[in-house]
Write a protein that binds this ligand. Structure first.
Ligand SMILES: [Fe+2]
Length: 299
């Protein structure tokens, strides 16, 4: 495949992957202009809030100076931002009781988040690591999907630390710390789901073509991000994109449920900017785990 085609495909993946992972592309460039680390679109809810942009840059700096193995520095969240967490958590708790699969609920109990304040990545990381051996590491700017996915092979999950703007507590145009912690952090505290994340990373490492990487990314999307399964006759979520949004959890019952056919999912296009109209539903947690494990091992 030509270099040009390869780079075009990367860009498409970057713009349609739920995990447009922040990481700094060039440390020298970022440090030379500290106010320009985080670029927000003009239609971003925080675009006109100078204080919010300053804090976003400050949090990005923490990740810039982070070295694997260090203790993760605490992010300086404000009272308004802790209120954002309180609003989200009030909406999510009943949604989790109704729509989260049992394995997620068990892992959530183990992490025991506060109702009142945003959990620090450091605290969540310590608990997740003790349970599954996965490490959460902060990142600051855009990272390619391959970098993000390959880190999973080493048991490392790259996390953003900022929280969405307080004017839109139930909406974020980009993955924030709520999605990272409530979605990925909790599922990585479930050993079977942590294992599947690691298998995704290993499969990506064995994938050379951009086309195959795109297919694997779609399987990641329809399982780890937006997976659902049947439990005692009800449809429950194990996907992080669903479990970190009360709106997505309510809306998942409107989706067309398709059989758990991972080959079909690998060819299914999706739009990350809307509620998902198509979900792939396993008959049980064990069927999801066994089928996905086999798919990834034989990839
Ligand atoms: Fe995600």
């Amino acid at each position: 495949m030509s270099t040009e085609t390869e780079s075009t495909t990367w860009q498409q993946l970057l713009s349609d992957h739920v995990d447009m992972r922040p990481i700094a592309a060039d440390a020298d460039e970022v440090i030379s202009d500290r106010n320009a680390i985080v670029q927000l679109d003009p239609d971003h809810p925080g675009f006109r809030d100078r204080e919010y942009r300053r804090r976003r840059n400050q949090i990005a700096q923490l990740a810039m100076h982070y070295r694997p193995g260090d203790s993760i520095p605490d992010a300086p969240y404000t009272t308004d931002e802790h209120r954002v967490w309180q609003t989200i958590w009030r909406a999510l708790r009943p949604a989790h009781q109704n729509y989260a699969c049992a394995e997620y609920v068990n892992a959530l109990d183990r992490l025991n988040f506060s109702d009142d304040r945003i959990p620090q990545l450091r605290e969540v990381n310590e608990k997740v690591y003790a349970i599954s051996g996965f490490r959460l590491e902060p990142v600051a700017g855009l990272v390619q999907p391959r970098v993000f996915l390959e880190n999973l092979a080493d048991g490392v999950f790259l996390c953003t630390q900022y929280i969405r703007h307080h004017s839109t507590p139930l909406y974020t145009p980009e993955p924030d710390v709520v999605h990272e912690i409530v979605g990925h952090g909790v599922t990585l505290a479930c050993p079977q789901l942590a294992e599947l994340n690691q298998l995704f990373g290993q499969a990506v490492k064995r994938t050379n073509s951009a086309e195959l990487l795109e297919r694997l990314s779609r399987v990641y999307w329809f399982t780890i991000e937006f997976g659902v399964l049947r439990e005692n006759g009800s449809v429950k979520a194990y996907g992080t994109g669903l479990l970190s949004s009360a709106g997505e959890l309510e809306e998942m019952h409107e989706a067309e449920l398709r059989p758990f056919d991972l080959e079909a999912a690998s060819f299914q296009e999706y739009d990350p900017t809307h509620f998902q109209p198509i979900l792939y539903c396993a008959d049980s947690f064990d069927e999801m785990h066994g089928t996905l494990q086999e798919y990834l091992v034989s990839w």
